[in-house]
Design a protein around this ligand. Structure first.
Ligand code: SF4
Ligand code: SF4
Length: 375
C-alpha cells in the first residue's frame, strides 16, 4: 500500500535558481497518463494518502493539477479515502483561480522563498512577486503553508534576518536548506554558526511567548530510531516521460547522471507496470533496500559508526547530487548538519531550563509534510 504519489508535472521551470540541482527540459506529464496512474494506484493507497504536485515548476501545468483533483474526486466517490494534496512551488505563477483550487481542496503548499536572499540566488525581480504570494497564502487559513529557504556560502549572512522575517509574517513551518553544490569555506561555516546562534536566541523567546517552534530544523526529534528512505516502499513518483520511480528525487538524479546505476531504480513505463506490477515491483523494490542512515558514509567513515547517527537525517539522493553516489555524504553536508544540531541542542537545553520539554512542538502541517516528503 502507498501513502504518497508524486506527480512530476514538468521538467520545465520559469526560474533558474543558481543552486538548483535539476536538469531542466520541456517535457510535460500527459494528463491521461496521470488519470491512468490515479485509477491504478487508488485501490493501493492507504486510507490516508498524499498526492504531491512537483516539477520543475508544477504551476506551469495548472490544467493538469485541476484535472488530477477532478480524477481523484471521481475515484474517491466509491472509495472514501482521506486524500491530501501538496505542491512544491516557487509561487510566481499563483493566480486567484489556483488559490481558490488550493483553498477548496485544502492543499499543503511548500513555497520556495529565500527571504532577503531571494534575488541573490533565485530570479531577479522575484522578491515582490513571491512575497506577495506568501501573503495571499497566509490569508487562506484552509491552505497549510510551509516555506523552504535555501542558503549558500554567498547568502548565509542573510539567514537569520530572512527566517525571522518569514516567521514574523505568520509562517508556522519554515524550513532552512543549504546548498551542497558549492564549497563552504571556513568563513562561510563560521558565519553559518553565528547566524544559527542568532536565530536560536530569537526562537527561544518566540517559543516562550507563542508556544511553538516555527523553524522545522530546530524542532526536537520525537521519533526514535535510525532514519530510512522510504522510496518505493510506501511512495511512488510518475515522471514527465511516463515512467515510475520510488521517489521524484531518483528521477532527478537519473536525469543528471544518465547511468545504468541510476536507471536500475526505475520501475519502468507506467502502462507496462500496470499490467506486470506483481513481477516488476518486488524485483525493483529490492534495489531500494539498505537506504538507511547507518549504511551511508562520508569519505572518512560509515555513518553507522557515528555517535550522532540517531539524530541525523540526510536524504541519500540529495547527498548524491554533490557526491555522485547515492548514500555517499560529502564532508560539507556532514559538517553543516553538525552545526545545525549543535544549535538545536543548545536551544532545547535552554528551553528545559524554563521547564519546556520536547514532544509538543510539531504542528499538524509539519507532520503532514513529513509524511509527504521524507522517509
Ligand atoms: S553527522 Fe556525518 S557521519 Fe554522523 S551520521 Fe550524520 S552524516 Fe553521518
Ligand atoms: S529520503 Fe530522499 S529519496 Fe528517500 S523518499 Fe525521502 S526525499 Fe525521497
Amino acid at each position: 500500500m502507498f501513502s504518497n504519489l508524486s506527480l512530476i508535472l514538468t521538467g520545465g521551470c520559469n526560474f533558474s535558481c543558481s543552486y538548483c540541482y535539476q536538469e531542466k527540459d520541456d517535457l510535460f506529464l500527459d494528463p491521461t497518463g496521470v488519470e491512468r496512474a490515479i485509477e491504478f494506484f487508488f485501490p493501493r493507497f492507504e486510507n490516508e494518502c498524499s498526492i504531491l504536485f512537483y516539477g520543475g515548476e508544477p504551476l506551469l501545468a495548472k490544467d493538469t493539477i485541476k484535472s488530477t483533483v477532478h480524477a481523484v474526486k471521481a475515484e474517491n466517490r466509491r472509495q472514501r479515502k482521506n486524500i491530501q494534496y501538496s505542491i512544491s512551488t516557487n509561487g510566481s505563477l499563483l493566480d486567484d483561480d489556483t488559490l481558490r483550487l488550493f483553498d477548496k481542496n485544502r492543499f499543503t503548499v511548500l513555497l520556495s522563498f529565500d527571504g532577503r536572499a531571494q534575488e541573490k540566488g533565485r530570479k531577479k525581480g522575484s522578491f515582490p512577486v513571491v512575497s506577495g504570494a506568501l501573503e495571499r497564502l497566509l490569508d487562506r487559513p484552509r491552505i497549510e503553508l510551509l516555506t523552504n529557504s535555501v542558503f549558500t556560502p554567498e547568502t548565509v549572512a542573510d539567514l537569520s534576518a530572512s527566517i525571522r522575517d518569514i516567521v514574523e509574517r505568520g509562517v508556522r513551518d519554515a524550513q532552512i536548506s543549504f546548498t551542497n553544490h558549492r564549497p563552504w569555506g571556513r568563513d562561510a561555516l563560521a558565519r553559518l554558526g553565528s547566524e544559527l546562534s542568532d536565530l536560536r536566541r530569537f526562537l527561544l523567546a518566540f517559543r516562550r511567548k507563542k508556544g511553538y517552534i516555527p523553524v522545522t530544523n530546530f524542532r526536537a526529534s520525537t521519533e526514535l530510531g535510525i532514519f530510512g528512505c522510504r522510496a518505493g516502499e510506501d511512495r511512488m513518483a510518475l515522471s514527465p516521460d511516463g515512467r515510475l520511480w520510488g521517489c521524484h528525487l531518483f528521477y532527478d538524479f537519473h536525469k543528471k547522471m544518465k547511468s545504468p546505476t541510476t536507471a536500475r531504480y526505475c520501475f519502468g513505463d507506467l502502462d507496462f507496470f500496470i499490467t506486470h506490477d506483481r513481477r516488476i515491483y518486488p524485483r525493483i523494490l529490492a534495489r531500494y533496500a539498505d537506504l538507511r542512515m547507518d549504511y551511508f558514509h562520508t569519505p572518512e567513515k560509515f555513518c553507522g559508526l557515528c555517535r550522532d547517527v540517531h539524530d541525523c537525517v540526510i536524504c541519500p539522493v540529495d547527498a548524491a547530487f554533490a557526491s555522485g553516489i547515492i548514500g555517499r555524504i560529502m564532508p560539507v553536508d556532514c559538517g553543516i548538519r553538525k552545526i545545525v544540531r549543535k544549535e538545536k541542542q543548545r536551544l532545547w537545553k535552554d528551553l528545559e531550563n524554563y521547564g519546556i520539554h520536547p514532544g509538543r512542538a510539531r504542528t499538524d502541517a509539519s507532520k503532514r509534510r513529513l509524511r509527504v516528503q521524507d522517509g
